[in-house]
Design a protein around this ligand. Sequence first.
Ligand code: NAP
Length: 306
Amino acid sequence: MKQHPNVANEKVPAAGELIYGTAFRFDDTTTLVYKALSLGYRNFDLANWSKYYNEKGAGVGIRTWCEEDHEKREHRRRQIWVQTKFTPAKFHDADDEQPFDASKSIPDQIIESATSSIAHLNFDPLQQSSPSDNGRLIKYLDAILLHCPLEEAKLTLLACKVLEQLVPEVARHWGVSNIGLPLLRWVFEHEEIIIKPKVVQNRFLRSNNYDLEVRKYCSEKDITYQAFGVLKNRELLDNSVIRRISSETSFSPSSLVLGLLTLRGVSVLDATTDEQHMKDNIACQAWIFENVGTSSLRQVAEGLFG
Ligand SMILES: NC(=O)c1ccc[n+]([C@@H]2O[C@H](COP(=O)([O-])OP(=O)(O)OC[C@H]3O[C@@H](n4cnc5c(N)ncnc54)[C@H](OP(=O)(O)O)[C@@H]3O)[C@@H](O)[C@H]2O)c1
């Protein structure tokens, strides 16, 4: 199997790190991304889908933080994981900003989408434009994901082959979102896929056994599994063990659920808008890692999430 072309000193996806989610944050995206970076978040999830995500705003937040230490701006950029998605044409409304020409072929759509994501991330609101290659701080994406499988498996495979070809120049890694195990396995093991997907991002739902089968497969294949929708599982927040640990510590059930999930090797999408919640989530994760060797936290996590 061809190896992932990791470039020296660049961030690689770490199983278990929090990823700051930016969906539905619209004009607040810049402030929130900047705040998250200032508080210690280093991974960011976007999509080239202007209806719900603001790549330009996220780019301003990221670049502002990097430029605070101008000498080290390139170094700072390399410490950040910036992932975005190719969102298929059917999800874009006519009055949205279109990231690609939907009349073109799927490969052309994906290449246009990825190229425009990089332009968005470097967009200068004062100039109302994106500088050319040399003037860009964000020259590559850390990962690009297929937002969801296409209508037919063979189209999904085609899309995956195009994403693969974007590695490493345009994107260091590629992945898929909203995918079930049979299709994931078929794509991953397909002989035409040489550089394997590095990221799977799925909804984390009790009714789907918290996606355990996909998580196990990802773990076997060295794919980073990312979970969204975690806090929508009310039963986790109401769990008696979580409530007990919450009462014994200063951490909320939400912080504990997100933190404990990282012990199962899951990278959690965390989309809080609240500065105190950001601080608490980071502190809680640090507390969990400090105490995991001397307490039953690992068993608690396994009992909760499988
Ligand atoms: N691939 C896909 O199809 C897909 C789909 C959906 C989402 N996503 C990604 O996943 C991200 C997260 O989405 P989501 O649906 O999981 O989250 P979300 O529901 O958008 O946001 C989390 C909610 O939980 C609340 N919350 C309370 N305590 C919290 C705590 N300690 N930490 C974090 N949140 C806390 C937040 O409120 P406060 O602001 O008051 O903290 C917020 O309302 C999105 O932004 C997007 O990047 C991807």
